[in-house]
Design a protein around this ligand. Structure first.
Ligand code: RUQ
Ligand code: CUA
Length: 622
């Protein structure tokens, strides 16, 4: 069969679903492909600003992209897990240190910080699925400020970044299981007994945002998938789906799709925090780890139909929608019933000491949304929107409480369906994960774009489509193409933040910052040369640096400008070095002077009419 593997969702069933998907889904309509009447709705005239920020994950590019909504215009790239010469990220000492030994990451799920269940505009957290890390971006200057990890005892940090209501924690869960602690060898055939997964609470300092590993909960080697945090009645709880509760370790496509149901984790993170305080944890690789077989009440399992993916808590915190990729339904659970079931011990046995909550006791309904449901978002007006990967559509449906008539036929609560192009993964509605969603727009993040754009050869971009959700029916407004590879995104009201545009001189605490030519200079001790440099329109001072071949050269360059958008760069010919320094910022670069010769350095950001003249020489004597 010649279906690309990324389109497959699993075995023969997936193939069947694909065939079905080729037909026109019932109730669908074609998108506004050439309907110009909607054009004005996403048009933001030149010079005017968008209403929202869209922060979307850059997948294995390791970056975060910033666009405006509704225009979908790309405004900025925030480098996080990969060097980015455009801003000098990964070239200066500070960012090099943050990146550590890695030059890439796999960003999946950005999560905005919250206070009282609403976005507070302070930080954006993003996960790295590849190297088990979490990063914090400060929304004051849109820069990555911390990279935590690799997280001990964790492999495949995919199930994150889920921020709790008051940013107490970023909660993360492992996609892969390995023998713990990391570094221990066990034969993969002993997967069931020797391998484990983990749920981790990454503690956030409420003032500084500084992250630290708080505690972990040991789990069976299921592959934890997407999650969400609770609020309202589910405050203090968090949820993840899993695939592979079969605990298979080979040919997962077939072996992990055997069971009718997989398990979702229902985690009481407040109880976990308390249990650690009460001394119930054991240290493993420096982290307090709770073993649920010994510590009751921190985690429960909840059966969810066939290979679920997304699990999303609604704005009220009562309804939790989990989608089974291989089942055309989204299961809606009632958290109040979950509480009652736990209290009444309405369990269906246990798995490794973790009670399994009775499905029938907590299910509110299985909503027949369509083929290949993945993720659900909410508009705060009682509507839910589920992405349908196989069907390439978004289904809109009504949250409970449902009338008796509706309950009898849940087809009646599906109020609309819109096709998207093609194979949608995530979708995002502004503020869906908060108590007060903005509604208004939905962005469909599609896995394939299949020639809806000028051809760029075999490596095609992903497509994102903007959908108006203000009416009863959804309206397709616009589409844009993105760098690889958007997974989830967050939408933030533009006026929720007020980013700085220069670093105030008074706040510059860099020990080697200099502010005028008189303070600059070159000093030598042994074979170490240290340079204090200023950059100002349109020169560097000093603009001549004399060293000897093999010297270790350190340059501290301060951009002394205090004017918006007056950025200077320092690129050094044939030394693989470029840093970009924002107004009021100081950066330090370190390198070994190369072979004898004279190497020009120059400003890499066009800063003034005399930008071209902003240059100097690194003179390397034999
Ligand atoms: S996962 S397409 Cu990496 Cu977010 Cu659902
Ligand atoms: Cu400074 Cu160009």
């Amino acid at each position: 069969m010649s279906i690309p593997s990324r389109v497959l969702v699993g075995g023969g069933l997936a193939a069947a679903l694909l065939v079905a998907a080729a037909c026109n889904p019932p109730g669908s309509r074609t998108a506004a492909s050439s309907d110009t009447s909607v054009a004005a709705k996403s048009f933001v005239p030149p010079g005017e600003k968008d209403e929202y920020y869209l922060f979307y994950s850059g997948g294995h590019s390791g970056q975060v992209y910033v666009a405006g909504l509704p225009s979908m215009r790309h405004i900025s790239t925030i480098p996080v897990f990969a060097p980015y010469s455009a801003t000098g990220y990964g070239f200066d000492q500070e960012s090099k240190q943050m990146l550590g030994r890695f030059t890439w990451g796999d960003v999946h799920h950005p999560g905005l910080s919250q206070s009282s269940g609403k976005y507070d505009g302070r930080w954006l957290f993003v996960n790295d699925n590849a190297n088990n890390r979490i990063a914090r971006i400060d929304l004051r200057d849109f820069k990555t400020k911390q990279i935590l990890g690799p997280i001990p005892n964790s492999s495949g940090n995919h199930g994150s970044s889920f921020v709790t209501e008051n940013s107490e924690y970023v909660l993360v869960a492992t996609r892969f299981s390995v023998p713990l602690p990391k570094g221990r060898y066990a034969d993969p055939s002993a997967y069931k007994t020797e391998f484990n997964g983990m749920v981790s609470g990454i503690k956030i300092d409420p003032k500084t945002g500084e992250m630290a590993v708080g505690w972990q909960i040991l789990t069976p080697p299921f592959n934890w998938d997407l999650g969400s945090t609770g609020k309202g009645p589910s405050s203090g709880w968090a949820f993840w789906t899993s695939y592979n509760s079969e605990m298979a370790h080979e040919k997962l496509e077939a072996t992990s799709t055997q069971g009718e149901r997989d398990y979702a984790a229902v985690v009481n993170w407040r109880a976990a925090e308390q249990a650690v305080k009460d001394g119930k944890a054991t240290m493993l690789d420096g982290v307090a780890v709770l073993d649920p077989a010994k510590v009751a009440g921190v985690i429960y399992f909840l059966p969810v139909p066939k290979s679920p993916h997304g699990i999303d808590t609604d704005p009220s915190g009562r309804w939790i929608a989990a989608s089974g990729k291989l089942q055309p339904v989204t299961s809606v659970f009632d958290f109040e019933k979950i509480q009652k079931a736990i209290a009444a011990k309405a369990f269906d046995g246990e798995v490794r000491g973790v009670p399994v909550i009775k499905y029938e006791a907590v299910i509110e309904g299985e909503v027949p949304v369509g083929l290949g449901p993945l993720h659900t978002q909410y508009d705060g007006k009682g509507n839910a929107y589920t992405s349908l990967y196989v069907e390439s559509a978004v289904a809109k449906w009504t949250l409970p409480p449902w009338s008796d008539a509706q309950k009898k036929d849940l087809n009646t609560i599906i109020s609309d369906k819109i096709p998207v192009h093609f194979n949608i993964g995530h979708l995002v509605v502004g503020g869906s994960d908060t108590k007060e969603p903005y509604g208004k727009y939905l962005v469909a993040m599609n896995k394939l774009s299949k020639g809806r754009h000028l051809s760029v050869g075999p490596s095609q971009p992903e497509s994102s489509q903007l959908i108006d959700i203000t009416g009863n029916k959804m309206t397709m407004l616009y589409e844009a193409y993105t760098e690889p590879e958007p997974h989830f995104a967050q939408i933030l009201k533009a006026d929720a933040i007020a980013p700085i545009e220069v670093y105030p001189k008074a706040e510059n605490t860099h020990p080697n910052a200099v502010w005028d030519a008189a303070q600059t200079g070159v000093t030598r001790s042994g074979n170490k040369v240290e340079v204090k440099m200023v950059a100002i329109r349109s020169r560097f001072a000093p603009d001549r640096i004399d060293v000897r071949a093999g010297d270790e050269v350190t340059i501290h360059v301060t951009n002394v400008e205090q004017t918006t958008d007056m950025i200077h760069g320092l690129g050094i010919i044939e030394h693989d070095m470029n840093v970009v320094v924002d107004p009021g910022e100081t950066k330090t670069v370190k390198f070994i002077a190369g072979k004898p010769g004279v190497y020009p350095f120059y400003c890499t950001n066009f800063c003034s009419a005399l930008h071209q003249e902003m240059q100097g020489y690194l003179a390397v004597k034999p």
